[in-house]
Each structure stands twice: as C-alpha cells, then as structure tokens.
Design a protein around this ligand. Structure first.
Ligand code: NAD
Ligand code: MLT
Length: 526
C-alpha cells in the first residue's frame, strides 16, 4: 500500500505510517500541484494539510486512491462531493487541534485588547509609547461566540474563568446544552448588539459565508473587537475594513483570510488590526496530535476497513466495530444476493429488527446492502462511499425501518426489493457472533450460509428432483459443497440452495431448467 503525504507531517504520525507493515510512504518536500497530479495515480492514500487543493481535476487522476486524509479540521481545500462520487473516503481529525485553535483565539483576544503587537513594533522602532497603547480589560466584558462546537466551547470555558459574560449564537445547539457550558444562547442580532468582543468558530458553509458582513457590522455595539481564527470567508473583509476606518469596530484579530496569504488586502495597512498567518493549529502538541490521529485513521481504514472521522461516510466507533463487523458482511451478502436474483430494482426496503440494532449505527449497514446490490451490476466502480450516490443516479428508492421486535433473533436484516409488479425478500442473521446465515428467501425458511457460488433452484416438490440435480451437476463435473433445502408451507414447491466449488456452465443450468419439475435455476456469487 502506498501513502503520499503532500503537505508534510509531524514525525509522530510519519513514524507510525513508516513502521506499518506493507506500507510505503512518500513525503516529498512541498511538491507542486503538477507534481502531485503526476504522482497520485500510484497511491492508495493521500494525506494533506491545507496547502494541497484536492480538486475534482486532481481527483480525476486518482487512479487507485481510496482515501484522502486531512491532518486538521476544515476540509474546505478538498472537493468532498467529487471524492464521494469517485468512491474516495475523506477523513479529517476533528478536535485534534481544537485546544491549539481555542488558545490561539484567546491569545488574539488578549493581544487585541492590550495592543501587544503594535507595542512590540513601536519598541522595536525605539519608542516608549505608554499612552498610545492604553488597552481594555476583558473582566466583565461581554464575549459573543458564534459557533459553540469543539473550539467555541473551549473558548467559552476559558472566558468564563476570566469572568467575562459569555453569550453564544449557534442554531444547531439547544439552549440547554449552551447553558451547561455557562453560555447564554441568543439570536445573532442580539449577539451583535451586546458583545464587546466577538469571536467566530463556525465551519465555512453557504450559511456562514460573510456572517459578519455589511449588515451585521451595522448592528454591532460601537467599539466592538472581532476575532476570527476559524475561516476567512466568514467575514466580508471590505465591509470590515470600512467599519474599522469608521471606528465602529475598534479592532480586529485575524488568523484566517478569504485569500491566503492576503497579499492585496487593505486590512494589512490598518493599525487597529493584528494578524497571524493561519497559526491557529500551529502548536507542537496539535501538530503531533493531528499527525498521529490521521495516521492511525488511515492505517485502520487501509488495513482493517475501520472508518473513523470520515466526512463522507458515517463513522463506526471502535467499541461497536467487533459487533457490527459480521452484520456488515451479512448486509453486503443480502444486497449481493438480491442484486443477482432480482432486476431491475425500483425500490429497496431494509428493515433492521431486534435489540442488536437499537445500539449499532445503521447507516454503514444500509450502505453495505446498497454496495452489495449494485456490485453485480456496476462491478468495482461501486464502493461504500459512492453506493448511495450511484443508487440515487439510478433513481432507485431506498427506505429503511427499524423495529425492536426481534422475531426470535437478536438481529435480523430484511432486504425487500421491488420492481414492476414483482418483489423479493431475503432475511439474514448472525449466529454465534460471526456465522452469517440466510434465514428466509421469499416464502422459504432456511438456514443457509451466504458465501461462495450458489445455485438457487426452485422446483415442484416431487420425489427425485434432488437426484436429478446431483446427476446433472456431476455430468458437468460441478462439485457440490453443501445444500440447504426448504419448502413452502403448503408443500407444493421447494427450494434448494446448493453451494458449488466452481461456477456451473450455462449448459448445466439449461439442462436443469429443462426438467419438468424444475421451475427456476439461478446462479449467484456471494
Ligand atoms: P465544530 O464542528 O466542533 O463546531 C462548529 C460549530 O459551528 C458547531 O457547533 C455548529 O453547530 C456551529 N455552526 C454551524 N453553522 C452555524 C451557523 N450558521 N451559525 C452559528 N453556528 C454554526 O468545529 P470546530 O472544531 O470547533 O472548528 C470551528 C472552525 O475552526 C472550523 O471552521 C475549523 O475549520 C476552524 N479551525 C481553524 C483552525 C486554525 O488554524 N485557525 C484550527 C482548527 C479549526
Ligand atoms: C484546520 O482546519 O485544522 C486548521 O485550519 C488548521 C490547518 O489548516 O491545518
């Protein structure tokens, strides 16, 4: 397996990757976009920070790439949609640099309040400007936090220790959760009107772009100070520039910019603005943390298939992994079975029954069913990440339900497929922790293994059919590994699921089908 690290990586993560068995790591020094494009087709994984832009164009050259790992939080330098439709997992390390970013925001707030960078500069220039740099205390000032996630909540906690009054705006956090943090939840307008300091901690989305824009800056408390260590596009820089010149905003501390580096920004010329070059996550501890975290996530995915912190696939917690693993295999086999028995499919209904599914994450199982279902049709093109996208493209409806009703099983997955006026149902379960079994196929109750090549033969329940099947397959040198039989409750029809060592030739299937008591013969690879 080959891993390309295109933006450098702290030694703690690099050594983990280099020590992994069967893994080859390349970490060229600051490769250009063109160099990355040329190298990429050879690699299974790409690890980036923010320098490499993982565009659709680059992903078109992805070859066998399975995963892009972002050693950091924001994935705005990665075209996640383009990666998903190519079946490439994108993972980040949320929280691994949160402490560094929170502390940097607080450092910026202190520096802004007490003019520390400007005073340093003035002393370097030989001055002793005591009066010029009179600052403001933070004590009993109101801090407005926009975005109360991992970083915003650490900032809130530390600001409360400074005896600031902390108010917050986050439409996705319930006021009770904010209250537990000691933060009063308010509307954005109220936050703008009341805050002496405003700090931004949201991701960059269509909704948050320019959240501090001209209109918001008209509503702020005069003399407010603004800190942004989240993402550049959250502030309209031209509008901020105007508000700073008009002294409506007393100062700003910026770590992030709409364009980085912000070479042409008029903000650079303003004395009441302080800057750092996107240093929020640049602490030794955070760099070691993100590097270790992404290295272990990448190895877990490439070597064990464990998915953590993927932004385009639901994560499976380590503690759930052993329990969910056999159900993932079951889900895929049921999907693959139905994908081969039934075509074309217009609607899929998946039901998860039993106590097992009250706790396990179901989305990965659903994606496994869909992957299994599409694989016989689309081949290697389909994987866990792009399966839902491909299903949507094919306009297949997908419905999932859960019930605690166990039907005698701790966990039963039922996959019902419909197309035209036809429908087919397959139920499966896991026995003894890892024995995957098909327990129902349409009206037949069974206990069949779901692996290898199988013939599924329906016949009239008359004597001698099994003998005919055995001699016909024998004539074509097809060896039977095992066989599961069942019949309908009224005993007029029967089914045989016959596992064979190698695929049976089409002539053997035709011979079987020509027998008057055999209704259907289908060969499936599970
Ligand atoms: P997070 O996902 O834990 O928290 C983000 C919060 O923003 C969530 O609580 C979410 O509900 C909230 N939010 C989303 N949309 C919102 C909206 N429209 N209005 C208000 N709140 C909204 O993320 P985090 O780890 O706390 O990171 C926050 C930001 O900091 C991200 O943009 C991240 O990229 C950035 N970051 C920057 C640096 C740096 O080096 N400067 C380092 C780490 C993270
Ligand atoms: C992040 O999103 O993690 C930060 O912006 C830091 C970085 O770019 O690495």
């Amino acid at each position: 397996m080959k891993i390309l690290i295109s933006d450098g990586m702290h030694e703690s993560g690099l050594s983990m990757l280099r020590a992994a068995r069967g893994v080859e790591v390349d970490a060229p020094d600051q490769p250009s976009a063109d160099e990355i494009r040329k190298m990429l087709p050879d690699y299974d994984a790409l690890v980036v920070r923010s320098r490499t832009k993982v565009t659709e164009d680059l992903l078109d050259r992805s070859g066998k790439l399975k995963v892009v790992g972002r050693a950091g939080t924001g994935v705005d330098n990665i075209d996640v949609q383009a990666a998903s439709s190519r079946g490439i997992l994108v993972m980040n390390t949320p929280g691994a640099n949160a402490m560094a970013a929170a502390e940097h925001s607080l450092a910026m707030m202190f520096a802004l309040a007490r003019h520390i960078p400007q005073a340093t500069q003035s002393m370097r220039e030989g001055r002793w400007d005591k009066k010029l740099f009179t600052g403001t205390e933070l004590y009993e000032q109101t801090l407005g936090i926009i975005g109360l996630g991992k970083i915003g909540s650490i900032v809130a906690d530390r600001a409360l220790c400074l005896k600031m009054e902390v108010i917050g705006y986050d439409p996705y956090i319930i006021p009770e959760a904010a209250a537990v943090m000691g933060v009063e939840c308010v509307s954005l307008d109220e936050l703008l009107e009341r805050s002496d300091f405003i700090t931004l901690h949201t991701p960059m989305t269509a909704e948050t772009r320019n959240v501090i824009g001209r209109e918001a800056l008209r509503k702020v408390k005069p003399g407010v100070r603004i800190i942004n260590c989240a993402r550049g596009g959250l502030i309209d820089e031209d509008a901020l520039c105007e508000a700073l010149l008009e002294k409506r905003v007393a100062g700003a501390a910026l770590d992030v910019f709409a364009q980085e580096p912000p070479t042409a920004s008029p903000l650079l010329g303003l004395q009441n603005v302080i800057f750092t070059p996107h240093l929020g996550a640049s602490s030794v501890q955070a760099q070691a943390n993100v590097a270790r975290t992404i290295a272990s996530q990448i190895l877990d995915y490439l070597q064990l298939g464990i998915i953590r912190n993927a932004v385009n696939f639901p994560s499976i917690r380590a503690k759930d992994y052993e329990r969910i693993r056999p159900y993932m295999a079951l889900a895929e086999s049921l999907g693959r079975l139905q994908g081969q028995l039934f075509t074309p499919i217009q609607r899929i209904e998946i039901e998860y029954s039993g106590p097992e599914f009250q706790e396990l994450p179901l989305q990965p199982l659903t994606q496994m069913v869909v992957k299994g279902l599409l694989e016989p049709v689309l081949g290697e093109k389909v994987n866990l990440v792009n399966a839902p996208i491909l299903l949507k493209e094919r306009q297949v409806e997908l419905v999932t339900t859960t019930t605690s009703h166990s039907r005698g099983y701790t966990g039963l997955i039922s996959v019902r497929v419909r197309g035209g006026d036809q429908e087919g149902a397959a139920d499966g379960t896991v026995f003894q922790h890892d024995e995957v079994r098909l327990v129902r196929l349409n009206t037949y109750r069974l206990e069949a293994e779901l692996e290898g090549v199988n013939l599924i033969i329906q016949n009239l329940d008359k004597p001698g059919v099994i003998g005919v099947i055995g001699t016909t397959l024998g004539r074509y040198q097809v060896n039977i590994a095992n066989m599961h039989l069942s019949r309908t409750p009224d005993k007029d029809r029967a089914i045989a699921i016959i596992r064979i060592d190698d695929e049976a030739p089409a002539e053997a299937l035709d011979d079987l089908l020509n027998h008057p008591n055999i209704i259907s013969v289908q060969q499936v690879r599970l």
